[in-house]
Design a protein around this ligand. Structure first.
Ligand code: UGY
Ligand code: MN
Length: 262
């Protein structure tokens, strides 16, 4: 085990954390408490499991720091499980279906459930950091999702629900073959959601920049760059962006396009 922020030994102050865990409801997980998890298949990687079924999610999110020539060359997900990788910083080669995708900061690759994702660091000996996701695909007769790649720097930001200070990017096609999507929401300081959402979909969100006051189940709490937020089904959720110049932005997953199984 090791701490992701490389801090070891005793602290000057009393131990404390902003992390809040309400299983099956919501969680805010700050970087300070993260530990490395050994996950078979990942070599020369610090892997931390964030959201998971143990928290109440129907997906798994990971933060992965890939070192030197590290990566996952044995294969991640597949066999009914779809995956998605996003480069927070650094540069990797990702592979799916025999094709290579060079991903730099903001680059991403979605791999459908019938294929596996592999990747290796390609950042001249420097670390790369990845936000990684997997979820069992909910099939829909007649549809098969395909590999999707891109870079958020090439995707237009659109005004979110009529608010030009809140911008959204959709990273995957809005097509019924996909049972989820990945989005980035960016709020200018002072901007907010238009209402407190209460919806059946769940989210795993990783904060890419800025700060916000987040309402989760009617508790307001500060969240910062590097924090992870799990929002379970129906949990009330909304934010006010705070801070000075930097937008408060986060990448998040959202299930979509499917009825609820009984
Ligand atoms: O897409 C969403 O549901 C998004 N607006 N939720 C959120 O930011 N908590
Ligand atoms: Mn939402």
């Amino acid at each position: 085990m090791g701490y992701i922020n490389q801090v070891q030994g005793y602290r000057e102050s009393l131990l404390e954390t902003r992390s809040v865990i309400k299983k099956d409801n919501y969680a805010v997980i700050t970087p300070d408490g993260l530990v490395n998890n050994v996950v078979p298949g990942f070599k020369d990687c610090d892997v931390t499991i964030l959201g998971s079924p143990r928290l109440g999610a129907r997906f798994v999110d990971y933060l992965v720091t890939v070192k030197n020539q590290g990566g996952n060359k044995t294969g991640f997900a597949g066999d009914g499980i779809q995956s998605f990788v996003y480069v927070v910083y650094g540069k990797i080669n990702a592979f799916a279906d025999g094709k290579r995708y060079e991903l730099t900061e903001g680059g991403y690759l979605y791999v459908p459930p019938h294929l596996q994702l592999t990747f290796e660091n390609n950042n001249n000996g420097e670390d790369s950091r990845l936000f990684l996701y997997k979820k069992r695909y909910q099939p829909l007769k007649g549809y098969t999702p395909e590999v999707v790649t891109g870079n958020v720097n090439d995707i237009e930001q659109e005004a979110y629900e009529g608010m030009k200070e809140v911008l959204i990017q959709d990273l995957l096609p809005k097509e019924i073959g996909y049972d989820m999507n990945i989005h980035i929401l960016s709020f200018k300081p002072g901007a907010s959601h238009g209402y407190i959402e209460t919806h059946v979909q769940e989210h795993g969100a990783y904060v890419l920049s800025g700060r916000g006051m987040y309402n989760l189940d009617n508790e307001w709490m500060p969240v910062d760059k590097g924090d992870y937020i799990f929002m379970g089904a129906y949990v009330p959720q909304a934010t006010y962006a705070i801070g000075l110049d930097e937008p408060f932005s986060y990448i998040y997953s959202k299930d979509a396009n499917r009825d609820i199984d009984l």
